[in-house]
Design a protein around this ligand. Structure first.
Ligand code: ZN
Length: 61
């Protein structure tokens, strides 16, 4: 499972999302950026910033 925590990009925000693939995470994060942070224009470097912060979530064995 892949995990993105918005606080790594927007300090103080505790929103986070999990998905099986990065594309789904990016889609949800863009949606969150629009609705919660007023980012109406998602720049290319924003997507790169999101991807750079997606990490593997440790799964219990
Ligand atoms: Zn946020």
């Amino acid at each position: 499972m892949r995990l993105f925590e918005c606080g790594t990009l927007v300090p103080g925000c505790d929103w986070h999302t999990r998905a099986n693939d990065d594309a789904e995470i990016v889609r949800r994060v863009v949606e969150h950026m629009r609705s919660a942070h007023g980012e109406t224009v998602i720049r290319e470097n924003m997507v790169d910033n999101i991807k750079a912060r997606i990490r593997n979530e440790a799964t219990a064995a």
